[in-house]
Design a protein around this ligand. Structure first.
Ligand SMILES: [Zn+2]
Length: 270
């Protein structure tokens, strides 16, 4: 059997939330640790080789981050540009789920085919969105952008597992949102899984302690096992919001003040 294509993966931080506590990020807390500091970062990812550029999630905008009380660092589009990835270069945009912090700049990626799950799209166009408690995690404008793109014939929906390109596949896990999907990528160090919000932090899956925003508890738990099954080792699973990612992986030298790291290279610290 021939090896699949091999890719570089970059994680790019675009926002941060330095004042969060453990109770914001973990469903189960002990009295002793409930108020422990647990900052959160916000990322987009790019998967690329000589033939193909795939953007995973498109982040958010400054006004929305501010409205939610987070610190905006730079536009994800500018962050990618610093890595020489212009929006026109993106062949594909994989949207892991449609929450406001993951689906905010899809319109900038004009040429790309957008990939998301049937379950996610159905949910964001369902009666559920009439409830402000539920729709608070989404922006109607982001959903409308996807609908417009659909009318141009440039959205692909999937259920379960699907190949996006040789060496890149998506896997529906649900849990955090109705149709949450994770991305599996073949790299020089083997199969890496971009878990996005299937696990916000290393602590969520390591301690089997979910992030408190849940669509389906059971699916969240089985989603962790699925990530571990798809990855070559626990070190090959990359959480969606953990500041430790920037410390664990080699920085992309000279760009973005340490806000970009290489996930296709071995971790530099445990
Ligand atoms: Zn998120």
């Amino acid at each position: 059997m021939t090896n699949p294509d091999t890719y570089e993966i970059h994680a790019v931080r675009y926002a941060t939330s330095p004042d969060r506590k453990r109770f914001h990020n973990c469903l189960h807390c002990a009295t002793a640790d409930v108020h422990d500091a647990m900052p959160m970062d916000f990322y987009v990812w790019v998967i690329r080789n000589a033939e193909r550029t795939i953007v995973v999630d498109t982040g958010s905008r400054e006004w929305k981050c501010k409205q939610r009380g987070h610190v905006f660092i730079r536009s994800p589009v500018e962050g990618l540009a610093a890595l020489d990835v212009s929006p026109e270069q993106a062949d594909d945009v994989i949207v892991t789920h449609l929450h406001w912090d993951h689906a905010g700049n899809i319109d900038a990626f004009d040429r790309a085919q957008v990939h998301l799950t049937h379950a996610e799209m159905r949910n964001v166009t369902s009666q559920d969105m009439a409830d402000p408690t539920i729709n608070a995690f989404f922006l109607a404008d982001d959903v409308c952008t996807v609908v417009r793109r659909l009318f141009e014939g440039r959205v692909s929906f999937s259920s379960g597992d699907r190949d996006i390109a040789p060496g890149v596949s998506v896997h529906e896990v649900g849990g955090h949102s109705a149709g949450m999907q994770v991305v599996r990528v073949y790299t020089r160090r083997g199969w890496v899984v971009l878990a996005s919000d299937a696990t916000h932090f290393y602590a969520n899956y390591r301690d089997r302690n979910p992030f408190p925003v849940l669509f389906n508890f059971q699916d969240m738990v089985t989603g962790w096992d699925r990530c571990l099954e798809l990855a070559d080792s626990p070190d090959h699973v990359v959480p969606g919001h953990d500041p430790a990612v920037l410390r664990r992986y080699p920085p992309v030298s000279g760009t973005l003040d340490g806000d970009a790291v290489r996930l296709d290279l071995d971790p530099i610290s445990a």
